[in-house]
Design a protein around this ligand. Structure first.
Ligand code: AMP
Ligand code: MG
Length: 307
């Protein structure tokens, strides 16, 4: 059973060092994206539309002023709408996801976490994959200098990254390793790697289906050494028939109407991705549990009262 006492946690040296590294990570990622011409937008915390995330069964929703709102599960739709005004945007977005309790055994699922979410007008999936690679190289290079003391506290040496990162087709790794492909690939690798082109049935409707196939123009980045998924992203669906077909059996009329309106209003084609900041901190520090990456963690468990 998980032991957690908030005041002990707050005084834990490991937590302190991890949070210092995280603070540098956020600063360096901001520097990188500003240098590349991205604008930071402020996060949206409540909204009438958020990520449907079929894997996360429950949402936090409530009524105010006679309207139903949800807590943000991801800013996917707001990122895309921001492109009516701006070409390249990013945000540090707090996400609340009522993960199933069994997810607590992964040691990398929080109920409340922060995603660096970015989106780029007229970009293809390869364009944002190159940005992710370049951003991680820039981050690791700077951390090696600027977080020297903290990294040596953790006895951590960051891997030397080589670009472009290796790419694996989902179909190929799934037929080889089955449902556990992500763990197996991540555990057996010493370098981050991409898995690309997931089938429609495994992903949310807003990823673009490649015409004439049931595959999507999308990707995950996996960390090496068993740290699992780092990033999800891809190109965005802009074909109305595909949207209607993919949402057909989903009890999602409101979302469908909203997304069709977004397309009618001429939203530009785009690609983007999201990278979880706590998991990135966990990987950088070589931690065996995500709990150490937050002063005020919340895990999907019943037995502990979090603050
Ligand atoms: P997703 O939209 O589910 O692909 O999430 C994007 C990224 O956010 C993932 O690749 C992870 O880095 C991170 N992430 C997703 N869910 C969680 C969670 N429950 N706790 C911590 N990080 C998460
Ligand atoms: Mg994902």
């Amino acid at each position: 059973m998980l032991k957690f006492e908030i005041f002990e946690h707050l005084k834990d040296e490991k937590v302190k060092e991890a949070v210092r590294v995280q603070s540098l990570i956020v600063k360096i990622l901001r520097d990188y994206l500003h240098e590349k011409g991205f604008s930071e937008i402020l996060p949206v915390v409540i909204s009438r539309v958020t990520d449907p995330l079929s894997e996360v069964k429950n949402s936090v929703s409530f009524e105010i002023y006679g309207q139903y709102y949800q807590l943000t599960k991801s800013m996917i739709f707001h990122k895309r709408m921001a492109l009516y005004s701006l070409d390249k945007i990013f945000t540090f977005s707090p996400n609340v996801r009522i993960e199933e309790e069994k997810k607590s055994s992964t040691r990398r699922h929080l109920v409340e976490f922060v995603q660096l979410d970015l989106e780029m007008r007229n970009a293809r999936m390869e364009d944002v994959m190159r940005i992710a690679e370049d951003m991680l190289c820039y981050l690791f290079d700077r951390l090696k200098e600027e977080a020297k003391d903290e990294l040596s506290y953790f006895g951590r040496e960051l891997p030397e990254l080589k670009t472009p990162f290796p790419v694996y087709e989902f179909e190929e790794v799934y037929s080889r390793y089955g449902e556990d492909y992500e763990n197996i690939l991540s555990t057996n690798s010493t370098h981050p790697l991409w898995v690309v082109h997931f089938p429609e049935t495994r992903r949310e409707f807003y990823y673009k289906t490649i015409p004439g196939t049931n595959k999507m123009a999308d990707f995950d980045l996996l960390y090496p050494y068993g740290y699992g998924e780092a990033i999800s992203g891809g190109e965005r669906e802009d074909n109305k028939d595909n949207v209607i077909r993919k949402l057909k059996d989903k009890d999602a009329d409101y979302l469908k109407d909203f997304y069709l309106k977004l397309l009618d209003a001429g939203v530009p084609p785009s690609s983007g991705f999201g990278i979880g900041i706590e998991r990135l901190t966990m990987f950088v520090c070589g931690l065996d549990h995500i709990i150490y990456t937050k002063l005020f963690p919340k895990l999907p468990v019943k037995e502990v009262q979090f603050i």
